[in-house]
Design a protein around this ligand. Sequence first.
Ligand SMILES: C=CC1=C(C)c2cc3[nH]c(cc4nc(cc5[nH]c(cc1n2)c(C)c5CCC(=O)O)C(CCC(=O)O)=C4C)c(C)c3C=C
Ligand SMILES: [Fe+2]
Length: 337
Amino acid sequence: MKGILLVNLGSPDSPEPKDVKKYLGEFLMDERVIDVPLWARNLLVKGIILNTRPKASAAAYKKIWWEEGSPLIVISKRLQEKIQKQVETPVALAMRYGSMTIKKSMQELVDKGVSEILLFPLYPQFAMATTETILVLAEEIQKQYFPQVKLDSVKAFYNKPDYIKVLSNSIKKHLEGKDYDHLLFSYHGVPERHIKKRDITKSHCKIDGSCCITPSKAHEFCYRHQCLEVTRLVAKHLQLEDNSYSSSFQSRLGFDPWLQPYTDRTIERLGKEGIKNMAIVTPAFVSDCLETLEEIAMEGQEIFHEVGGKDFTTIPCLNDDEEFVDLLSNWINNWIN
Ligand SMILES: C=CC1=C(C)c2cc3[nH]c(cc4nc(cc5[nH]c(cc1n2)c(C)c5CCC(=O)O)C(CCC(=O)O)=C4C)c(C)c3C=C
Ligand SMILES: [Fe+2]
């Protein structure tokens, strides 16, 4: 029998500093997230970040935590339950980091008689720190614990026309009746180095204005191209006017150059340039989480108001939106049949 394993990033078990520290320790010690030699990662993560960041991160998590738990986990569970209703084969959910492990969920599927698993990373764009780390870990677990199971995986779906349509419809729905002057597409950032490392041509990527719009096979693994392409395709679908929208990258960590322009500076600049009503959408995340509910909806809004902006609309992620559930269920049903 075939089975589905949806995988999202994960969250701490609670918004208390000790749980946040444990979670950040696992997340940031991943060599595909902080991609420096082990000794340097130990020094940076265990010596510096874990001694400074958990308290502030925990305070941020407390602001967005729901009674049922972490928004990212609660929303992912709702999505899984809704998909399960439309799909006849077992659908499990795991997190790359934290206590809902890939191993436990694979075991759950195997216990139900599954012998072929479709691994479904819940990320529209490919990144070393998201899709790749899920694929690598899932393969390791499958080989070590479930060698009898066949593993298949879903690729980044950033440019699939039916995904663009569902995302565009959601944006349209949430902006209905709103008078906005600028729509900002804010994507989670990654260090520029990550993009260069995954340039399979070794020469295409310049991280400038032109490489991401010049066709190349490098784009299959280029997070920047895939983000900018989502913006372009949605803008085309919604017939947005030039200059009424732009893209930016949020959540940078550390001192290396990350993808630019940065979201916080972009919000500030737009406000200073006289944009009064802005809307912001975050298509790198399928579920609302700390980075959308706190960094954008709270911090972003504060920045905008400080520089004279008025109305700041945060468009929710696709979450468990009915059209999104139908879309994923259709893809899954096509794979099963
Ligand atoms: C597209 C999705 C994501 C990419 C790419 C990504 C890269 C990435 N992230 C960090 C560091 C942190 N990310 C944190 C939170 C966080 N990141 C994502 C998604 C992507 N990260 C999500 C969905 C979340 C929120 C999780 C939740 O529980 O709601 C955090 C923790 C919070 C904080 O302290 O700010 C860190 C740290 C790096 C270094 C990186 C790429 C190299
Ligand atoms: Fe992140």
